[in-house]
Design a protein around this ligand. Structure first.
Ligand code: 5AD
Ligand code: SF4
Length: 566
């Protein structure tokens, strides 16, 4: 039995509340141990029967337990029974099917897409880049702003035509729009087979199986306050992928008045640190060197469940051998603790970058956004961060044109940007979202004013970024090399030019392109996933350019970045 079969069987079993998969026995790869709650044997029997028909899973011969045989039935201290089930590899004939996933939205959705691919892989689904060749298309949607939602519906609209040309195609809608709209999507779009919400990913294999066998239409937008399925899923990695996302918590309890997240991602819930570490180790074993820990508000990680604090989690992740770098996002300023700030001085793998969304520079607007911090409290935290870690890069999110925002209040935002001198910002025009309280606020700002304010903000930040990039020229930065740039990807195999572009990121998350000189060509194979020191020689609006001066350096980087004056 291969790994795909094992994880498929484990996956199906783990989806049931009353079954716990204990282990895959090392000595006998083909045997999975499960623990079943008393009274649930018949239910498990049914699952096994289903799997037997599908992939030839068989109970190990000669053992008891309600209809299902187990090699051994061991009394567990908690009165649970342990049985062994033996999948029969030879009967396993899985047709390879192609899966196209379209992901719109944030990093959380990128991570979810990887989970989706991971849970469907054991069913025979492998990724494809062309919709036309796919057996199933999954649209992983976002509803954070109006535009993202429109994008999802316009993509779904286009799929109607593709489905009419290929009626056996399964069309599934997942993510935040699916959670928000539920069966309204099925009613509105007859070509959609499946709508699954943000908490339903681990139930996907079961639902897809039902659709494949009976072509039914399914909606699953059930939500839960706790994380029901916490097992690490080893999703696909692209060739040479050295950076990966790992979700450490989901949902949000903050209820900012403009935000739809608490309504579509549910209550805040944290994953167990052991599962998080296991998942990171799995990624690292497959070549990942950098992880970004994800959550809507990582600063309150573990609080509710009484798990460890976020800083403690970071310290544990920092200890993972062969992991080179740790990033995280997003942090709510009100929850940014001194303990976490101090972690930047303590943990050598923690990147010197903090994304700290402020949204507005005006106290009255912050209050109406329900952000629960003031401008001065925010600035104090930035000062503390910079005191502990002088070269830390700080980035932020902004909303312009929040209901009732006056020119003076917008000026306060510009003034805050000048004061902080961010390394980069994301800025958005306010849009009404379903269930978000600000949708009912008066004083809506007209589109031209919002556009004008957005442009003014971006112009200001553009100038600051250029100045900051210019000041980096002449410095040496240690980067983690992500891979060759376009020149090589486009198949320029003989590399006619003597300088081939490569790309990496500094600890401060600056994108740095660099050339590998002719004489150092022999190092190029070693470069992806290695650390290298780059002398910065030029600055662009969104990136920097430099020259390889030392590398590849395979060891975990030393504390901070090397930086010398021009
Ligand atoms: N309108 C505009 N921008 C929004 N964001 C969240 N909700 C809205 C909205 N209704 C922005 C915030 C947040 C980022 C992810 O999206 O800046 O930090
Ligand atoms: Fe939305 Fe506020 Fe939660 Fe961020 S902290 S996800 S902006 S409610």
């Amino acid at each position: 039995m291969d790994r795909r079969q094992i994880s498929y069987v484990k996956f199906i079993l783990e989806a049931y509340d009353n079954v716990a998969v204990m282990s895959t026995l090392d000595s006998r790869e083909a045997v999975i141990q499960v623990t079943i709650a008393p009274g649930c044997e018949t239910m498990v029997d049914g699952i096994i029967q289903g799997l037997a028909g599908e992939i030839g899973v068989m109970p190990v011969e000669g053992a008891p337990a309600a209809g299902m045989s187990g090699k051994q039935a061991i009394r567990m201290p908690d009165k649970m029974k342990q049985v062994e089930i033996e999948p029969k590899g030879s009967l396993f004939q899985m047709k390879e099917k192609l899966l196209y996933i379209s992901t719109i939205g944030c990093q959380m959705n990128v991570y979810d897409a990887n989970q989706i691919a991971g849970v469907l892989a054991p069913m025979g689904y492998t990724g494809t880049d062309t919709i036309e060749s796919a057996d199933m298309v999954i649209v992983n949607t976002c509803t954070i702003r109006e535009k993202a939602e429109q994008k999802a519906f316009s993509f779904l609209g286009r799929l109607a035509k593709i489905k009419s040309a290929n009626p056996s195609l399964i069309v599934a809608v997942g993510g935040c729009v699916a959670q928000q709209e539920g069966d309204a999507i099925l009613k509105r779009m007859p070509h959609v087979d499946l709508v699954f919400g943000t908490h339903a990913i681990f139930r996907l294999p079961e639902m897809v199986r039902r659709i494949e066998s009976s072509r039914c239409r399914i909606v699953d937008v059930r939500m839960s306050d706790t994380i029901e399925f916490d097992a690490p899923v080893d999703g696909p990695l692209t060739d040479g992928q050295i950076s990966a996302f790992v979700t450490i918590m989901r949902g949000c309890d903050n209820y900012c008045t403009y935000c739809v997240v608490p309504h579509v991602r549910g209550r805040e819930a944290s994953r167990h640190p052991d599962r998080i570490l296991e998942e990171i180790r799995m990624r690292v074993d497959r070549g990942v060197r950098e992880v970004t820990l994800l959550g809507q508000n990582v600063n309150s990680y573990g609080n509710k469940e009484g798990l460890c604090s976020f800083s403690e989690l970071l310290a544990r992740v920092n200890g993972i051998e062969d992991l080179g770098r740790i990033r995280f996002t997003t942090s709510h300023p009100k929850d940014l603790s001194d303990e976490l700030i101090d972690a930047f001085g303590r943990l050598e793998k923690l990147c010197h970058h903090m994304h700290l969304p402020v949204q507005s520079g005006d106290d009255e607007i912050l209050k109406r956004m329900n952000r629960r911090y003031t401008r001065s409290a925010y600035l104090e935290k930035i000062d503390r961060l910079r005191a502990v870690c002088p070269d830390i890069a700080v980035t932020s999110d902004f909303i312009v044109g929040f209901p009732g925002e006056t020119d003076r209040q917008f000026q306060a935002t510009l003034d805050l940007i000048e004061t902080v001198r961010y390394d980069g910002v994301f800025a958005f025009m306010y849009s009404d979202r379903p269930n978000a309280p600000a949708t009912a606020f008066s004083g809506k700002i007209d589109e031209p004013t919002k556009k004008r304010r957005l442009q003014a903000l971006l112009d200001l930040q553009g100038r600051i970024t250029r100045e900051k990039h210019q000041a980096m020229v002449g410095q040496i930065r240690r980067i983690l090399v992500e891979g060759p740039g376009r020149e090589m990807e486009s198949g320029d195999a003989d590399m006619a030019s003597s300088r081939v572009q490569w790309t990496g990121r500094s600890s401060s998350n600056h994108i740095i392109h660099f050339a590998v000189p002719e004489a150092q060509r022999d190092k190029k194979e070693l470069l992806t996933g290695a650390f290298a020191d780059i002398m910065i020689e030029g600055a662009y609006a969104h990136s920097l350019r430099g020259r390889l001066i030392d590398g590849p350096i395979m060891a975990t980087p030393g504390k901070g970045e090397t930086s010398v004056a021009a």
